[in-house]
Ligand binder design. Sequence first.
Ligand SMILES: NC(=O)c1ccc[n+]([C@@H]2O[C@H](COP(=O)([O-])OP(=O)(O)OC[C@H]3O[C@@H](n4cnc5c(N)ncnc54)[C@H](O)[C@@H]3O)[C@@H](O)[C@H]2O)c1
Length: 313
Amino acid sequence: MTQIHPDLEHFNPVTVIGAGTIGLSWATLFLAHGLTVRIYDPRPDLKEVADHHFDSIGSTLTLLNLPSSGFESRLSLESDLQQAVTGAAVIQENGPEKLVLKQTLFADIEKYIEPHTLLLSSSSTIPASDISASMKDKSRMLIGHPFNPPLVMPLVEVVPGKSTSKEAIEDALVFYKALGKAPQHIQKEVFGFVANRLQFAMLREAMYLVDEGVVAMEDVDEIVKDSIGLRWAAAGPMLGMHLGGGQGGMESFMRHLGPTMEKSWAVQGNLILDEETISRLAAKSRDSYGYATIDELAHTRDQKQMAILNLRS
Ligand SMILES: NC(=O)c1ccc[n+]([C@@H]2O[C@H](COP(=O)([O-])OP(=O)(O)OC[C@H]3O[C@@H](n4cnc5c(N)ncnc54)[C@H](O)[C@@H]3O)[C@@H](O)[C@H]2O)c1
């Protein structure tokens, strides 16, 4: 039987709302740490989707040194929201990234739960103050935003809303730490939080350069893996910049390369994702990555990411 971390005992059972990419990955992490998990999703093919996921995730769990069997007795699939959330200690929501849907979902969930239930949303961009707008008690609701896939990636951005209590923030940090994650308490609510704002700034330029024919899509991957990605995995962007300034550090870097950076910011692309742009970039992605299935590509990515994580630790 899988041992539960003592800090996780009062966070059991967990309900995972939404059985897409993120929900199923969280569910796997929770199960592998011995928690009892209910997955709720209104999709009619919930069982097929869950079976496909759990049949293919074993090798990633093994790479993570986590148990990969014995989940069945602690896992249930639910198509009824009330049944799914009643008695849950934690709810991790992973429905579509739509404000009104999330607002309605949390207002509905509130009808069936105990006041102490910890309410977490995986939202990539929408602040907790907006998602909890229709709730009566907003004190236990906050963002627990993972990086895909949450089973593998350490970061979880813990972003409280204006009405989130200190206890709920502390509980979220304890919960994610006990699951082996690296939660970061983000101090102020902004759309997109931190990791995605940084990521999207860079993706905007990468997509623009590919669309303009400056560089092939798969070559962007190589360029980043061999330079920025490697440096940032070791030092992060800000320390990287500080070190780029030599003995004068960050100040020297800004005085020396500041004007060049400003010129570069001024010429950066501002792609509009209209239908034609999406079609052009999608066609390029099929040319670049069509040699393998998404499952195969994701498996290779997980293996490499685990190797890097193991080296780091
Ligand atoms: N994909 C990512 O890289 C990523 C990373 C971090 C966070 N997130 C966030 O996680 C959440 C889920 O993203 P995803 O990529 O897993 O999406 P997804 O489209 O893969 O999955 C969403 C799931 O929600 C289900 N759903 C639809 N209506 C629902 C409802 N009313 N109640 C409950 N479930 C419902 C769908 O059937 C689907 O299975 C989003 O808020 C997203 O911003 C995504």
